[in-house]
Design a protein. Sequence first.
Length: 85
Amino acid sequence: QYEVELVSMQSFSANVVWSVTMVVLSMLLGFRTNKAYSRFWEGITLVNQMSAEWFEACSNLTAFSKAASSKFPDSADTRRRVRIF
């Protein structure tokens, strides 16, 4: 009778250890996935901000270079400076 209970307890103990291990691993995996997802969207947000800044810089360059080229339309130096930027 004691041997049957011992085998039953060992089986029960293995099941509990397995279940606890799986719960801990699932929580860790969920936490890591959540952090990765947050980092991904933070990166996408920063890329969009950078794109907007570049668009604004190019728009300003175009606006100011049109004004500069209308003042000195034949100036090769003005065209060279715009190309370099």
